[in-house]
Design a protein around this ligand. Structure first.
Ligand SMILES: [Zn+2]
Length: 319
């Protein structure tokens, strides 16, 4: 998802978490905690996978402005069905690291703090996980929305990952680096073009563009999941018989977009394609009982997908 001002402002409001609702503790209301661990680690064969959160923001009222093709009543119904009280919802940001023969690979890099006061915790949490930015050998990107590439550079615009090569989907690069696309973009979207140039700038000599379904690192294969953005890509982490799929923003909030795969968020750039992609992905994940990792899922940000009613649900891994 892309950031928006409303979402950032929402970060200071009371969070609708069972257990917190009704709490009289003013401090808890002012600063809703990240729910779940900051770091979650598991193996895919011999590959060590570590999901690290950059933090979260909170949407104050998700009934309006997030799900384009559902009414406020329908969205309220989905919240209730998911057991969520109130109308606020967390939007976390979680980066997946893979350690193996390819070195240390990061899949996206977090917000760089643009997600509000409770984001930008990537480096503190990487330290907790024993992951040094200087050890990262390769960064692969799902797409170029600001909350996924913001962490490439620091406040001075310098590279945070000095020893990493960068792998990007060729379609995504072609779109965001195209002056014609930039000139035709809506006023709201146009700054994202300049942001992409700025974030990738210090890495200019180290950017490699990959084709859909390319092997991007040992044990990591691209899976084209276009729609959320023109070149949006997921990544299959695989070793032997084991696999896990990093889905980026192909599916964001499970309570909405797993339960109702035909719904789409305002951030899907090509809604028709995004919905087709989402349905295909959900069907595959449920059929193969595949572990999925979501950039915007609550930590531990991973689990399996089950069919439920007319849609699907996420069965989170136990942290
Ligand atoms: Zn996102």
């Amino acid at each position: 998802m892309q950031m928006n001002r409303r979402a950032v402002l929402g970060a200071t409001t009371l969070l609708a978490v069972p257990g917190l609702v009704g709490a009289r503790d003013a401090a808890a209301q002012a600063a809703p905690p990240v729910v779940g661990p900051a770091v979650h680690r598991f193996q895919v064969g011999a590959l060590r996978v570590t999901v690290v959160t950059d933090g979260t923001n909170v949407r104050q009222d998700v009934r309006q402005g997030l799900v384009v093709n559902a009414s406020a009543e329908q969205v309220s119904g989905a919240l209730q069905a998911a057991g969520i009280q109130g109308v606020a919802m967390r939007n976390p940001f979680n980066v997946t690291f893979v350690e193996g023969p390819g070195g240390l690979v990061a899949i996206d890099v977090g917000t760089g703090g643009i997600g509000g006061p409770q984001t930008g915790a990537m480096h503190a949490n990487m330290r907790e996980a024993g992951l040094d930015p200087a050890r990262v050998t390769r960064i692969v990107h799902t797409h170029f929305h600001g909350d996924h590439i913001g962490g490439l550079t620091n406040a001075e615009g310098a590279a945070i990952y000095p020893n990493a090569t960068i792998a990007v989907p060729e379609r995504e690069w072609a779109f965001w680096m195209d002056a014609g696309e930039e000139s035709r973009a809506s006023e709201a979207r146009r700054p994202a073009f300049a942001n992409a140039r700025r974030r990738f700038g210090p890495y200019a000599q180290k950017v490699e563009r990959f084709a859909p379904d390319a092997q991007v690192a040992p044990g990591i294969r691209a899976v084209a999941t276009n729609g959320h953005s023109p070149g949006h890509t997921s990544f299959l982490i695989h070793d032997g018989n084991e696999q896990a799929l990093v889905i980026g923003d192909a599916i964001t909030t499970p309570a909405f977009f797993m339960a109702n795969p035909e719904w789409y968020p305002v951030f899907d750039m090509d809604p028709t394609m995004a919905v087709e992609t989402r349905k295909r992905l959900l069907d595959r994940a449920a059929t193969e009982r595949m572990q999925v990792i979501g950039y915007h899922f609550d930590m531990p940000a991973t689990g399996r997908v089950e069919r439920a009613g007319t849609g699907y649900r996420l069965v989170p891994a136990t942290a």
